[in-house]
Design a protein around this ligand. Structure first.
Ligand code: FAD
Length: 120
């Protein structure tokens, strides 16, 4: 079997902000790129909801559509306006995918995003 260390090191150093949450979007893990992009240390985001990244200007209907998709165990891809700890807004291109347990039930969500402010 592949050592867990291999997965940890690869995810930790991936050039993409990666977080793993429970089924209600409470953050359980965030990688280095997540810390760099959002300005939050992982110690302060773990236990908090991903909504700490919300800029509070995005219509709730966008989030409702996101949740409708991921609760059906499907992957959601889209762009949200996120806010860093320092208060700067950036365009986040997000992929949120479900992580299922052996019974096919929702267990975690894997969130991956990058700053596409300059791309758009
Ligand atoms: P709220 O008023 O709490 O929610 C807005 C609407 O979203 C609600 O009316 C409801 O329809 C729906 N909703 C919210 N929570 C739930 C729930 N637990 N179950 C079902 N429906 C719900 N948000 C960002 O802004 N930026 C991110 O980078 C980001 N990354 C995420 C990564 C992952 C892995 C996951 C699972 C979620 C992520 N979210 C992100 C979504 C985030 O968790 C919040 O739902 C979102 O920020 C809206 O929060 P709010 O408090 O502003 O609005």
């Amino acid at each position: 079997p592949l050592p867990p260390r291999l997965f940890f090191e690869a995810v930790e150093q991936a050039p993409l902000a990666i977080s793993i949450t429970d089924a209600r979007a409470t953050i359980l893990y965030a990688n280095l790129a997540f810390e760099t992009l959002t300005g939050y240390h992982r110690a302060e985001v773990c236990g908090k909801n991903e909504s700490i990244l919300s800029n509070n200007a995005t219509p709730a209907s966008i989030y409702a559509q996101l949740w409708h998709t991921i609760q059906r165990k499907q992957t959601w891809t889209g762009i949200l306006v996120n806010r860093t700890k320092q208060g700067g807004d950036y365009l986040a291109e997000l992929i949120i995918s479900p992580v299922l347990n052996a019974h096919g039930e929702l267990q975690y969500f894997l969130g991956m995003h990058r700053d596409v402010t300059k791309v758009h």
